[in-house]
Design a binder for this molecule. Structure first.
Ligand code: BG6
Length: 485
């Protein structure tokens, strides 16, 4: 493949605002500000956004959490986490750290305390006046899912959910809420949560985040399929033998036992991230590149995945749990020995299942899905295995070990795409071997990919919900999953 090669380490900064468009000034309110997600992901992402991309002057962040703290203490804590979790080549210098810290404010409150939300309203109004944030707010729920309903209810009660109306009743500012998975535990609880959200926020204000949609390589599934003429004619049950989606992780559950014991691999990975990848791999071409057209097509795929009957579960699914071992030279305790896990736990850390999509394009093509923690290697890939040629000219001895054409889309790490095909080994004998055509993101573009959270937070700031999950998508996605238990 001809491509300009950019040596590793010379990657250029990516852009984050489409067509140079900049968001309006706003305040991001993070609920659960002292938790893991905020420390590891949200603060480094916001610091990165602020440092490397133009953000409006008054951009501010308010942390809403239980722990008693003042603004100064919170600023110190936020700086500690960005220093700890930002990659070395991204670290902020002193001036940038100072700028970041000065935009941080703290609101201490219990999540069910009305007065805390009134205090928050005062802080937000003050920031509007002093920083010119114009009433624009992004609420980010980085709290355990059990608190979602309460926070949403309280935001509504304190009048914080509706954008301010302008002189003629139209919206003068924007208010958006970002909600993390899991969106409920089963269909009934997902529907309940959606109803609770809808009582307070309009669907167009609701941004359900699945960070896999923020990955460049996941978005590239659409570009690969719908901006190239050569693959789409083959992308169906006539030419494809089967599809594999693998999300293998080498880490165990770390300190997340409380959450993971309740979730397990199916709810943690399959029902959301893997379903999103499945949708983008299999959906029909949307009529336009916009939020509703794309999500309409994703929902159609989900509706075509039949529920698994108890018999299907027995025949087409495998669940497992990791035992003790060594991964990359490091000892790994068994799942049952992880801190906070019950020694009798039946929670699955590995799952493999075979699904079908019952529509014209995919009838009878098996989709093999596998995901697990504490596996030997970290690798997320979609593999499309094409059917064999109808008649092989070469003798079995000449094609020994040859696999059918296989397209592998490497979501992470070593992001890229490779196509395996047969080639004649040079020489008099007619021996064939598999060879690979390989595309690598870093070599081809020489641009570092934005972090998934950075992409999604930036999209929310400009009001683009294309990569977020719509209400009906959640409810259809959950149905695929609930039937398995
Ligand atoms: C999260 C899951 O949503 O995704 C984690 O809760 C998982 O268990 C993580 O490790 C994987 O994300 P990534 O981006 O590292 O593939």
């Amino acid at each position: 493949m001809s491509q300009e090669v950019h040596p590793a380490g010379s990657l250029k900064q990516h852009t984050i605002w489409q067509d140079g468009q900049m968001p309006e000034p706003c305040t991001v309110v993070i609920f659960g500000a002292t938790g893991d997600l905020t420390q590891r992901k949200l603060l480094p992402t916001l610091a990165h956004l602020l440092h490397d991309h133009p953000l409006p002057e008054g951009f501010s962040v308010v942390a809403f959490a239980r722990r008693p703290m003042n603004d100064e203490q919170w600023r110190g804590m936020a700086l500690d986490s960005i220093n700890k979790y930002m990659p070395d080549n991204d670290k902020l210098d002193r001036e940038a750290q100072h700028d970041f810290a000065q935009r941080m404010y703290y609101c201490q409150s219990d999540f069910n305390d009305r007065e805390g939300y009134e205090k928050l309203a005062d802080i937000l109004e003050r920031l509007d006046r002093e920083k010119g944030t114009q009433g624009n707010r992004m609420y980010y729920l980085a709290t355990p899912p059990t608190l979602d309903s309460e926070i949403i209810f309280q935001l509504g009660g304190a009048g914080l959910a509706r954008p301010a109306a302008g002189q003629y009743g139209d919206e003068e500012s924007w208010t958006r809420i970002v909600i993390e998975k899991p969106f409920g535990r089963d269909l009934a609880s997902a529907q309940k949560l959606n109803r609770e959200i809808a009582r307070v926020f309009h669907e167009r204000q609701t941004y359900r985040i699945d960070h896999y949609m923020g990955k460049e390589t996941v978005q590239n599934l659409l570009a690969f399929r719908f901006a190239n003429g050569i693959f789409e004619p083959l992308w169906n049950q006539k030419y494809i033998d089967h599809v594999q989606i693998v999300v293998a992780e080498s880490l165990g559950i770390g300190s997340r036992a409380e959450y993971y014991e309740e979730a397990g691999a199916i709810r943690d990975m399959v029902q959301n991230h893997i379903m999103q990848v499945l949708c983008l791999t299999t959906m029909e071409a949307p009529v336009a590149f916009d939020a509703d057209a794309i999500r309409d097509e994703k929902v159609k795929v989900l509706r075509a995945v039949p529920l698994l009957t108890p018999e299907d579960v027995a025949k087409r699914t495998v669940r497992g749990q990791y035992t003790a071992g060594v991964i990359n030279g490091q000892p790994q305790v068994s799942y049952k020995e992880e801190k906070g896990v019950s020694p009798a736990s039946q929670t699955e850390t590995y799952v493999a299942l075979k699904l079908f999509i019952e529509n014209w394009r995919w009838a009878e093509v098996p989709f093999y899905i596998r995901t697990g923690k504490a596996l030997p290697k970290r690798s997320t890939e979609v593999t499309i295995q094409f059917k064999r040629v109808p008649h092989m000219l070469y003798k079995p001895a000449e094609t020994k070990g040859l696999v059918p054409n296989r397209l592998t889309i490497r979501i992470q790490p070593d992001e890229g795409i490779s196509l395996k095909f047969a080639a004649k080994v040079p020489g008099a004998a007619r021996h064939l071997n598999d060879v690979d055509m390989n595309f690598s993101y870093s070599e081809a573009f020489g641009i570092e990919s934005p972090d998934a959270y950075e992409r999604l937070i930036a999209d929310c700031m400009v009001g683009d919900s294309t990569l977020f999950i719509r209400r009906d998508e959640v409810e259809t996605q959950v149905q695929v999953e609930v039937s398995k238990r």
